[in-house]
Design a protein around this ligand. Structure first.
Ligand SMILES: Cc1cc2nc3c(=O)[nH]c(=O)nc-3n(C[C@H](O)[C@H](O)[C@H](O)COP(=O)(O)O)c2cc1C
Length: 332
């Protein structure tokens, strides 16, 4: 009997597969179908800082509508912007309903960048029944005067502020846009993160030559896209007081085994569930177990971090050496 259990954010998960925030986790039905097909935990679709603040601005606008200064704030938030998920009050109800309806850990997701105001929603989400919170900070600095340390401090302050409002575990979904993502990971953990998801998949940018407009799009990923997550997970394994979850490009049972070997204790999946449906979880779990039986593994825990840089005397030299070898050995 293969033991697929793993630990994440203080929970014992029945297997390492978490549903990442996506349109599937935006409905109770979607979450239930995921649970029925074997998912170990779910991250709900995000509540965005802009949704919370937009409601606040709208309220202020109606309370103080003589004051013109709110007009600009309202204009700044495009009137045609529509969220396909729920507003903040409905989101709280949604968390509460999901929590009462399933038996797996329910992780609510906040998506924001500033360290003011909206973070108190962390407590509301906790009170609504969320078992943990995931914070997705996605900020594209467009000012050439903004230094890297200013961007980093913004992230840290947001985590610190949110952590002050909650007592449930906090997971931070990171991106890799830092000079040293490993140091950033350490700082996020020092600021209060109990888990790190490596990494969010960036929204792609393109230009539509017909309409001459810029287009930003959420993309489905392929297995190869997990490369950066594997790299940094292998570097971070056993260096932080936090659990690591690999996200982006985890599409198959084999991808999950690789994620575990590089040091993750869980993986978060969105694209494959959107493409193939929740039933495909059965195939993924079957493939994982089959590989483990064939290679005489008894448990997931046994393989976590087995191919990380933890076992390397000089990780920097190893990385440099591997890089040079990869270029020298290239063949068409
Ligand atoms: C249509 C779509 C909607 C998403 N919505 C959210 C969201 O609300 N919050 C969030 O943190 N990530 C969101 N994501 C990102 C996914 O949770 C995930 O991080 C990303 O797709 C990479 O994982 P994957 O390779 O398994 O797709 C979304 C992704 C897609 C494709």
């Amino acid at each position: 009997m293969i033991d697929l259990t793993t630990k994440y954010l203080g929970f014992t998960l029945k297997n390492p597969i978490i549903a990442s925030a996506s349109p599937i986790t935006n409905s109770l039905d979607g979450v239930k179908r995921l649970e029925d097909n074997g998912i170990a935990a779910v991250v709900l679709h995000s509540l965005f800082e802009e949704q919370i603040n937009h409601e606040q601005r709208m309220l202020n606008h109606f309370l103080y509508k003589e004051n013109d200064s709110y007009a600009e704030a309202l204009e700044y938030f495009p009137s045609d912007m529509q969220f396909d998920n729920l507003d903040s009050e409905h989101y709280l109800e949604f968390v509460s309903t999901v929590k009462k309806s399933v038996n797996i850990p329910v992780i609510a997701s906040l998506n924001g960048v500033s360290d003011i105001g909206w973070a108190k929603y962390g407590l509301k989400l906790q009170e609504a029944g969320a078992d943990a919170l995931e914070l997705n900070i996605t900020y594209i600095p467009t000012s050439i005067d903004m230094r890297g340390d200013e961007v980093e401090n913004m992230y840290i302050n947001t985590v610190r502020n949110l952590k002050q409002h909650i007592s449930i575990p906090l997971n931070v979904k990171m991106n890799s846009y830092f000079s040293n993502p490993a140091n950033m990971a350490k700082r996020l953990v020092d600021a209060g993160a109990n888990g790190l998801t490596l990494f969010d998949n960036p929204i792609s940018v393109d230009i539509d030559l017909e309409t001459l407009t810029s287009i930003q799009k959420a993309n489905l990923t392929i297995s190869k896209d997990k490369s950066e997550s594997l790299r940094w997970c292998a570097i971070l394994f056993n260096k932080l007081e936090a659990d690591l979850c690999i996200n982006t490009g985890i599409k198959t049972g084999e991808d999950i085994l690789k994620a575990m070997m590089s040091g993750a204790s869980s993986v978060a999946l969105a694209s494959v569930l959107l493409e193939k449906g929740e039933k495909y979880l059965g195939t993924i779990l079957f493939d994982m177990e089959k590989w483990m039986v064939e290679h005489e593994y008894e448990s997931i825990k046994q393989m976590i971090g087995s191919i990380s840089l933890h076992h390397t005397d000089n990780p920097s030299a190893y990385e440099r050496n591997s890089y040079i070898k990869a270029l020298h050995n290239f063949k068409i």
